[in-house]
Design a protein around this ligand. Structure first.
Ligand SMILES: [Zn+2]
Length: 173
């Protein structure tokens, strides 16, 4: 808690630990290339960088883009066909992919399953995913928070959220 009790802070906060909206980000060690993949979670710093720079979430090279937009591999929702307009406006924490990695991810990631491939012409930065640490509230599960929300000073982010807009679906690459 900050000394003025108006939000969270690190005691030894460093430049770059808040994003340009002032939201504090979770600290994680940096050791690219070492260890084994943990498919349940994404590294916060690398996830954010991949989202902002439209890099492939697997190899960090440029994400695939054509006239219909950037390529995203998203988890198939329950009964997608019944949701009118899906995936327009989908809130997404998974950065785009390049074509070779789209196939690789579908083969190896146990959480992706048989993904839906979506092109988004305008992926719009929407907010953050993480947890609220408010002394007046019981801690809850991690959740989405839009930028500009009054709870932002008490939020510890671990993923950047983009809204997929001007979307089209396409067959597996
Ligand atoms: Zn790739």
């Amino acid at each position: 808690m900050r000394p003025d009790r108006q939000g969270l802070a690190y005691r030894d906060e460093r430049a770059g630990e808040r994003d340009r909206h002032g939201v504090l980000w979770a600290r994680v060690g940096q050791a690219p290339g070492s260890g084994r993949p943990d498919y349940r979670v994404m590294h916060p710093v690398r996830q954010r960088q991949a989202m902002l720079e439209r890099r492939c979430q697997v190899c960090s090279g440029p994400a695939d883009r054509n006239a219909k937009g950037w390529l995203f591999a998203v988890r198939r929702p329950e009964a997608a066909e019944d949701m009118p307009g899906w995936p327009e406006g989908l809130l997404c924490t998974k950065p785009p992919v390049c074509r070779p990695c789209a196939r690789l991810a579908a083969r190896h990631c146990p959480y992706l399953g048989e993904p839906v491939y979506v092109r988004a012409r305008k992926p719009r930065v929407w907010g953050v995913f993480g947890g609220i640490f408010d002394p007046h509230l019981a801690p809850g599960p991690d959740d989405y928070l839009p930028y500009g929300h009054p709870a932002a000073p008490f939020f510890l982010a671990n993923q950047l959220v983009v809204e997929l807009t001007r979307t089209t679906r396409e067959p597996a690459p």
